[in-house]
Design a protein around this ligand. Structure first.
Ligand SMILES: CC(C)(COP(=O)(O)OP(=O)(O)OC[C@H]1O[C@@H](n2cnc3c(N)ncnc32)[C@H](O)[C@@H]1OP(=O)(O)O)[C@@H](O)C(=O)NCCC(=O)NCCS
Length: 411
């Protein structure tokens, strides 16, 4: 049995479509083929005796954190055919992908999955979360009753630069938002990335009293006829970006004006102020979801790319990382915050000798990296070990995040 892993060629894309459609959508016809996705990243396949048995794709992405934009390999479309499952093929592809991302200069990787234990084996870990609010728009109102000056208008995809500018100002200082390019705006925001019919989302911009854009809402609506003849609807707000109170309140009112919908859904980060900005929070259902799993592909480069915590002291700690799937990360690292204290400083990681202050595995370290899991909490829960409890507290201070990590994009 000969196993070979290689990049999927143009001629092999049809076979890859069969494999992906078999695993995910069920629509193996030409209409179900997502050609827009095929050209958006590099795909690899594992061939067993010349037959394509498993595949995955890597989107070349970037993630914002504390003002930095860090290259990230977005892993998606991981699939194997049922007759080839549990032979270790997805695992072999993931190891191959880690080496490929390192080669490409992507120190981070992220993915979305319903199989966290699979990916945790290979060093990915849940490291972001989102809250979904569901409500009947007739049952709640903004607490801020004043009518903001300004107004909303819908835009077409050719006007994407308007919202891209607002998004960048909003997202760059935050944590986990993707740094989107034109293609991503058109394929992944104006449309849902895995909608093979390529339906357009609605996007409304809020302009202030001077006509300046200050925020926007990405949403979509569906409706169906009830047997009794009354239509019922659903509106889903996928992204609300507001740079100030006038945009926040204006766009909230705009969303609540969709009063044919008996259900409105809205997504936001863990620190989203929505519940407190409406009069009857208890009428809103709040559900917490995991977002992306994060992976440190290259410890040295990932640490150097991540700005330290706002109040980070000039100091260092050592951490031993166990990483069988990316052996270049395995071992003890000295993580140092140098230069002016706080945001003016920089982080660096260098291989260290001797016993480390902390020890953990690559997956847990990924969740510490972006501030999703405090090192002291990792130690308290047995996810990490500390020879020196002061070192864990110091790691907390150096790796603290300004905002809770949020999965801005599904891919
Ligand atoms: C999930 C899927 C890709 C796994 O492929 P596979 O080739 O069977 O996986 P592997 O044999 O390489 O398994 C690697 C390891 O993960 C474990 N694993 C495999 N599938 C798993 C799952 N669904 N949940 C948890 N662990 C899983 C295996 O037991 C193995 O662990 P081990 O090395 O300790 O024995 C495959 O079942 C599939 O295509 N499913 C449908 C599409 C899908 O869900 N894709 C993933 C979306 S993120």
């Amino acid at each position: 049995m000969a196993i070979e892993i290689r990049t999927i060629s143009e001629e092999e894309l049809e076979r890859a479509h069969f494999l992906l459609a078999y695993a995910f959508t069920g629509d193996r016809s030409e209409q179900g083929r997502m050609r827009h996705v095929e050209s958006m990243g590099t795909a690899f396949a594992l061939h067993d005796d010349g037959e394509m048995a498993a595949c995955l794709r890597i989107f070349p992405l970037r993630m914002f954190m504390h003002g930095a934009t860090i290259p990230l390999g977005g892993v998606c479309g991981v699939a194997s055919l049922p007759e080839h499952r549990r032979k270790g093929y997805a695992g072999q592809l993931l190891r191959h992908a880690l080496a490929a991302m390192r080669e490409e200069g992507q120190p981070l990787s992220a993915l979305h999955t319903p199989h966290p234990s699979l990916y945790r084996r290979y060093g990915w870990m849940f490291a972001s979360s989102a809250v979904r609010y569901s409500f009947n728009p007739k049952e709640i109102a903004p607490v801020n009753q004043g009518l903001p000056e300004g107004g909303a208008y819908r835009i077409t995809e050719e006007q994407w630069p308007t919202i891209a500018d607002l998004y960048r100002r909003f997202a760059a200082p935050r944590n986990g938002y993707l740094d989107r390019d034109e293609r991503w705006w058109k394929e992944g925001i104006f449309r849902r990335i895995y909608d093979e019919k390529r339906h357009l989302n609605d996007i409304a911009v809020w302009a202030d009293g001077d006509g300046q854009p200050r925020g926007y809402l990405v949403y979509g609506s569906t409706s169906e006829q009830r047997p009794g003849g009354l239509p019922t609807g659903r509106t889903d707000a996928e992204e609300l970006v507001a740079l100030d109170a006038s945009a926040y309140v204006g766009l909230l009112r705009y969303l609540l004006a969709h009063d044919l919908a008996d259900q409105v859904g809205m997504w936001g980060p863990a620190d989203e102020p929505f519940s407190l900005a409406i009069d009857e929070p208890w009428r809103v259902k709040r559900e917490h979801f995991f977002g992306f799993m994060l992976r440190i592909v290259d410890v040295e480069k990932a640490i150097a790319a991540r700005p330290p915590a706002a109040d980070a002291p000039e100091a260092a700690f050592t951490v031993h990382i166990t990483d069988a799937a990316a052996p270049w990360n395995q071992g003890a690292w000295r993580i140092e915050c140098s230069g002016p204290a706080g945001r003016g400083g920089r982080l660096s990681a260098a291989k260290a000798k001797g016993t480390a202050d902390l020890s953990t595995d690559a997956a847990v370290f990924a969740a510490m990296y972006n501030g999703y899991l405090r090192p002291t909490e990792a130690v308290r829960s047995g996810l990490a070990e500390a020879g020196d409890s002061d070192a864990a507290a110091l790691a907390d201070r150096i790796l603290a995040a300004d905002y809770p990590p949020y999965p801005s994009d599904a891919f």
